[in-house]
Design a protein around this ligand. Structure first.
Ligand code: SAM
Length: 258
């Protein structure tokens, strides 16, 4: 089972309470506005499609193009449960468990908070770049490890335990970012500060590592580590991400009129 199926509930809890994706969507929208409307889009590691659906809820040429069928959307996602949920709420969505030889030719590729989990992150980023049509754009979002409260939680725990960091950090990939522009995205998430919410956040962030880390540190310690974000009875998490943007050079797509 893909590790994200085991924390599906936590993932949805975070999505429902977070403005992180709203800020990212605003930035993506502003980048898309300056470009021709994509005819083919790939959402890589797209989860249950909720991020992409949120992008389409904006009034934009992309939303219109998806609605009228002039833009086709594919989602690559290893979790079968996520793929099924994505297809159920997005008629016409094409889904695959992984990139294959038949996954080719996109004008826009999104990889929103996915790279942390890959075994071969640099190779995958290069592959996504190659999948772009001339004039296409690849957008990769990653947290700034220490400035983002969620990834800061990982970094603190794994370094205190003296364990090798099991998640890929943006700074591990310096070479991969050649040719990318980087846009910072700041947001703040607030949860009421309850043990249940702290537990949910810990499971969401640690994923398949949760049980091992809990055995090593104990649940009390895991929950206490959120304490530095406590303010007025709430947990207030500051999230700093970077949106990495790569344009493939070449003839631009013909501007479609709408
Ligand atoms: C934090 S979620 C982000 C989901 C979505 N992009 C969003 O922004 O809501 C990370 C996603 O990456 C997927 N993932 C994990 N390993 C992957 C891989 N090797 N290839 C593609 N996706 C992967 C997970 O299944 C999960 O859906």
């Amino acid at each position: 089972m893909n590790s994200f199926e085991t924390i599906g509930r936590e993932y949805r809890f975070f999505q429902a309470n977070s403005s992180e994706s709203t800020r990212t969507i605003e930035k993506i929208e502003s980048l898309l506005r300056r470009r021709p409307v994509p005819a083919r889009v790939l959402d890589f590691g797209g989860g249950d499609g909720s991020f992409f659906r949120a992008l389409l809820r904006q009034k934009s040429l992309l939303s219109q193009a998806v609605k009228n069928g002039s833009c086709r959307v594919s989602l690559v996602e290893p979790s079968r449960a996520h793929r099924e949920r994505a297809r159920a709420s997005f008629p016409g969505l094409m889904t695959r468990a992984r990139l294959s030889k038949r996954t080719v030719g996109f004008d826009l590729i999104l990889a929103n908070h996915v790279i942390y989990y890959l075994d071969d992150p640099e190779e995958t980023i290069r592959r996504l770049q190659r999948l772009l049509n001339p004039g296409g754009m690849l957008l990769v979002t990653m947290a700034r490890s220490r400035e983002n409260a969620l990834t800061g939680y990982w970094v603190g725990i794994f370094s205190d335990l003296g364990w090798e960091m099991p998640f890929v950090r943006a700074e591990d990939l310096r070479k991969a970012w050649n040719g990318f522009r980087r846009y910072p995205i700041r947001s703040r998430v607030r949860f009421s500060d309850t043990p249940a919410n702290r537990f949910m956040l810990s499971r969401f962030v640690l994923g398949r590592w949760f049980d091992r880390v809990e055995r090593a540190l104990g649940r009390k310690e895991l929950l206490e580590r959120w304490g530095s974000h406590r303010k007025s009875g709430e947990l207030q998490l500051t999230l700093v991400d970077d949106l990495y943007c790569f344009h493939r050079s070449g003839a631009r797509l013909k501007q479609r009129s709408h």
